[in-house]
Design a protein around this ligand. Structure first.
Ligand code: NAP
Length: 303
């Protein structure tokens, strides 16, 4: 199996007899993806004679690459940056959750048809339960970012009736648009004093500072911190010890946001558990069976 496949490889695809590659992740870039070791550990554990690989696919190549997967009888694919939104327009159908999330991270191929799903939101909910032993419905949540991951996370928080949700984004209009889109979930009777149940706020220290007493969970769903030299999206000096901090970035153990949270005496973890659970949910969609979570987690920790 190659380290990274391309569209050219898919065009001259020769299906190997032993351990054929019939699953993969499409991204641009894709070299950093930890999905192959995690999914291959699951496939081996379940004795499924199929392998999962990385595919370097540029945006202009996505439609052709998906068509070739259909032709070569793939089981399915995952989509990562920047393909999640474009892929939604290329599948034959998508479930209601994926349509509402506005993007897909998982495709199942059956009978030559591409079916789209988004497991990021549910994967996030499972991760929060596992890391902090709480359910989203009990939490007041501040989400940093209003891109694809934030949208899936915000939708999940809304669906699970979280107590309060605040969205902060560098481009304020996008935070406002996302909050407005989810307003229907927040019209219920929960009343929590003076702070509104649903709010979009500007990306400013004073706005963050004001929220700290009214928030339980902060989620970083921006790429700020992918480079360990970045300053954290919210500085340690305004974080408080009662907070739970979840950084969706998983490239390093202690991201800048995690370090800031721990410095402030809060509980803080990186996004490895979300990666694990969105991957386990994708495996369950492809094979209609429970994913071997323990093996997948072990493979991730060893990668
Ligand atoms: P995206 O759609 O491109 O959105 C990026 C968001 O980050 C936007 O809201 C953008 O704000 C904001 N942003 C970018 N650079 C910023 C900066 N320098 N300062 C402040 N805000 C900035 O990306 P995405 O798909 O949502 O992915 C976001 C992150 O989620 C990725 O880094 C990825 O690691 C993580 N993720 C993790 C998992 C997991 O399983 N753990 C799954 C999915 C995603 P503007 O609107 O102003 O541009």
């Amino acid at each position: 199996m190659k380290e990274i496949y391309t569209l050219a490889d898919l065009r001259s695809w020769k299906k190997s007899v032993k351990h054929p590659v019939r699953l993969g992740v499409f991204g641009d870039p894709v070299a950093h993806s930890l999905s192959p070791p995690m999914q291959n550990a699951a496939l081996e554990q379940c004795r499924i004679d199929v392998r999962y690989a990385r595919f370097q696919v540029a945006p202009a190549e996505l439609a052709d690459a998906l068509d070739l997967c259909r032709k070569h009888d793939f089981v399915g694919v995952n989509l990562t940056l920047p393909h999640k939104i474009a892929a939604l327009g290329l599948v034959d159908d998508a479930d209601a959750n994926a349509k509402r999330a506005g993007g897909i991270n998982t495709i199942k191929i059956e009978g030559g048809r591409l079916h789209g799903f988004n497991t990021d939101g549910k994967g996030f909910a499972r991760a929060i339960r596992e890391e902090f032993s709480v359910d989203l419905r009990d939490l007041r949540v501040l989400i940093l970012g209003a891109g694809g991951a934030s949208r899936a996370i915000a939708l999940q928080c809304a669906r699970e009736h979280c107590e309060r949700m605040v969205i902060a984004n560098r481009t304020f209009e996008k935070a406002k648009a996302l909050a407005d889109d989810l307003r229907e979930f927040f019209v219920g009777p929960k009343v929590l004093g003076p702070a509104p149940r649903l709010q979009a706020i500007p990306w400013e220290e004073s706005a963050f500072r004001f929220q700290m007493g009214h928030i339980d969970l902060i989620v970083n769903a921006t790429p700020v911190g992918l480079d360990r030299r970045n300053t954290p999206p919210i500085p340690a000096r305004i974080l408080e010890p009662h907070l739970m901090i979840y950084d969706t970035i998983y490239t390093s153990d202690r991201t800048p946001m995690v370090t800031a949270g721990l410095e402030a005496g809060a509980r803080a973890v990186n996004g490895l558990s979300m990666l694990l659970h969105q991957g386990a949910l994708a495996f369950e969609i492809w094979f209609d069976r429970e994913a071997p979570i323990a093996e997948m987690k072990k493979a991730l920790l060893e990668s």
